[in-house]
Write a protein that binds this ligand. Sequence first.
Ligand SMILES: Nc1ncnc2c1ncn2[C@@H]1O[C@H](COP(=O)(O)OP(=O)(O)OP(=O)(O)O)[C@@H](O)[C@H]1O
Length: 300
Amino acid sequence: MASNRAEAASTQIVSVEALSYSYGRFSALRNLTLHVGQGELYALLGTNGAGKTTALECLEGHRSPTSGRVAVLGRSPLDRRGVRPRVGIMLQETGFAADLTVVETLGLAGRLSGRDDDVRRIVQRVRLHAKSDVRVGQLSGGEKRRLEFGMAIWGRPDLVFLDEPTTGLDLSAREDLWDAVAELRRDGATVMLTTHYLEEAQLHADRIGFLHRGELRREGTVTELLAGLSSRIEFLAPRGVSLPLPVTSTVNGLSRIETTDVQRDMAILLRWADLGGHRLERLSTSTSTLDDVFRALTNS
Ligand SMILES: Nc1ncnc2c1ncn2[C@@H]1O[C@H](COP(=O)(O)OP(=O)(O)OP(=O)(O)O)[C@@H](O)[C@H]1O
């Protein structure tokens, strides 16, 4: 099973080689190279204006690279007949016909996709059943996003591009969306997405790429990206005592110790507190997250 997975992941579903894209004289992407294997979930993260949407649009066939090569499912994204029926796309913004209902919109988008599915299944999946006959112009922002997601997963595509899929969704709609993504992946789909919710990427992505100012600055699994970053131990230091470890900083009145070996340093601290009879109020530990990777990137 493990070797089947490794073999599947080695089949490149998305391939980007030295992609550059310019809007007139403005260079939005520079020399971007990345690959996404069969069944992977790849999250493209980064600062505002880093080039994430531009990269997805090149892969979706909406933009032609200024230089470099992109391929999806082994073909050019411009090969609409070969690619379109196998790819689901959720853009950052979609222009709907405001006077069509939810069911009519899905039916129309479904026919255009070239894939078969059942409108009722999708409407249920994105929890819009109570809105089936409501005109799209009357949907809320979050409901429109759910409809767009429904269109992207119509007919269980082999590859799905999602541009900020959870932006504007409430917590339970976000959880529903991630459930639907997991279901797609159980069917073998490959997913590439952008998001500003780093904790969602940390939880769900197999691999992550960080774009900054048009360049891929970091790439790897969450474990790889967090390797070497310090963890934090925080507590309210008892007055007038000498601590067994150097305090790195004081944040909101709490003493913070940054460490790359939280188990060792926590043991030192607790032994010291135990022996001295000190009480460490508001004691907590926290490990690094992708937020720290992001901050390091934007400060570089
Ligand atoms: N049609 C356009 N014409 C000119 N410049 C553009 C156009 N679209 C995007 N840009 C510029 O290209 C850069 C990359 O934009 P892009 O939308 O790809 O970034 P992004 O990483 O998706 O950003 P965000 O996180 O804010 O959505 C930005 O500086 C943006 O201003």
